[in-house]
Design a protein around this ligand. Structure first.
Ligand SMILES: Nc1nc2c(ncn2[C@@H]2O[C@H](COP(=O)(O)OP(=O)(O)OP(=O)(O)O)[C@@H](O)[C@H]2O)c(=O)[nH]1
Ligand SMILES: [Mg+2]
Length: 307
């Protein structure tokens, strides 16, 4: 009796839930929906998320720590390898693993490869078919059946992370299945990311939205200066690193118009999130080979792969 009381004091539960899936499956959108506020950046482009981000939600007596992960794909560059390795690593550290599949794409090669490798993960797993707003019911059932035939899932959900359909059911299920134990974070915390990092991510999101082809993938954003001014406003200075001078020119745009648009969009959102005026200064620097520089990985919170 005494032992039981010690493990379930106050009846609280706390669960770490890794959200895994191919790039663009909707992991970050779902993280935000489950948390109830924007903690992760989202774009229509693949490989938006680069490092782990914990989004925290409370459901009844349970604290749920959702781990948003980079999409899993066939990596080519060193950065890709770091992203994919960190995603799989999070699965092994979590209490429960959720696999997200973009229902519109179905069981394509990318999703099938993840499903097959999921067998090596011992944790309980659930299947989440996302983007059901784009699908009809019969094809969803067929997809659920095919995925369940390839891996063992405790439950299957069909949701729209974007529209919100089914999200509450997912949150409730995790709350019921989270291990008993004390909460890991303060009750009002929604994310483990420091504000400086969130600020860099917001700018990177605007960069992804404004730039095309390979450029987003060849850039990274770091917050260098964060000063609170006497009038309560914030001065934030960030550097956007690119690989080549030609890329720097594209990020700046004609007469600086592209960087101004990126800065204006990022500043607006930051002021809203941080609830105070923000002065945002963006600098674009060429750093050839930043993708092979261990320091950049440290700042992103990624392990630096040896090759
Ligand atoms: N129609 C529809 N679109 C969705 C839904 N969920 C996400 N999306 C869209 O899918 C795109 C990718 O969403 P993300 O949340 O960034 O996907 P992700 O899995 O985090 O992608 P990576 O970080 O690149 O691995 C965005 O344009 C979202 O708006 C959904 O339920 N329905
Ligand atoms: Mg993401």
């Amino acid at each position: 009796m005494a032992e039981e009381a010690a493990t379930s004091e106050g009846g609280t539960r706390c669960g770490f839930i890794a959200l895994l899936g191919a790039p663009n499956a909707g992991k970050s959108t779902l993280t935000n929906a489950l948390v109830g506020s924007k903690v992760a950046i989202v774009t229509p482009k693949v490989q938006t998320t680069r490092a782990l981000l914990r989004g925290i939600a409370i459901e009844g007596q349970a604290q749920l720590v959702f781990i948003d992960t980079p999409g899993i794909f066939q990596p080519r560059r060193r950065l890709d390898r770091a992203m994919v390795a960190t995603a799989w690593g999070s699965a092994h550290d979590a209490d429960i693993v959720a696999l997200l599949i973009d229902a519109k794409k179905g069981l394509d090669d990318e999703a099938a490869a993840i499903l097959d490798k999921l067998g090596e993960v011992r944790q309980p797993k659930v299947l989440i078919l996302n983007k059901v707003d784009l699908m009809d019911k019969p094809s969803l059932l067929a997809l659920a059946q095919a995925a369940n035939a390839r891996a063992k899932f405790e439950a299957t959900f069909m949701i729209s992370a974007l529209g919100g359909d089914g999200v509450a059911d997912v949150r409730r299920w995790f709350a019921e299945h989270a291990p008993e134990g004390p909460w890991h974070y303060p009750a009002d915390e929604v994310s483990d990311a420091p504000s400086r990092q969130l600020a860099a991510e917001i700018t990177r999101e605007k960069l992804y939205l404004k730039l095309h082809q390979e450029l987003p993938y060849q850039s990274t954003v770091e917050t260098e200066v964060w000063t609170e001014r006497k009038d309560g406003s914030l001065r934030i200075e960030q550097t956007i690193y690119v690989e080549r001078e030609s890329q720097r020119k594209i990020v700046l745009g004609k007469g600086g118009q592209t960087i101004r648009a990126i800065g204006a969009a990022a500043r607006r959102e930051l002021a809203e999130i941080l609830e105070r005026p923000v002065h945002l200064f963006l600098f674009v620097k060429v750093r050839e080979g930043w993708g092979d520089d261990p320091e950049r990985y440290r700042v992103m919170g990624l392990e630096f792969p040896k090759e």
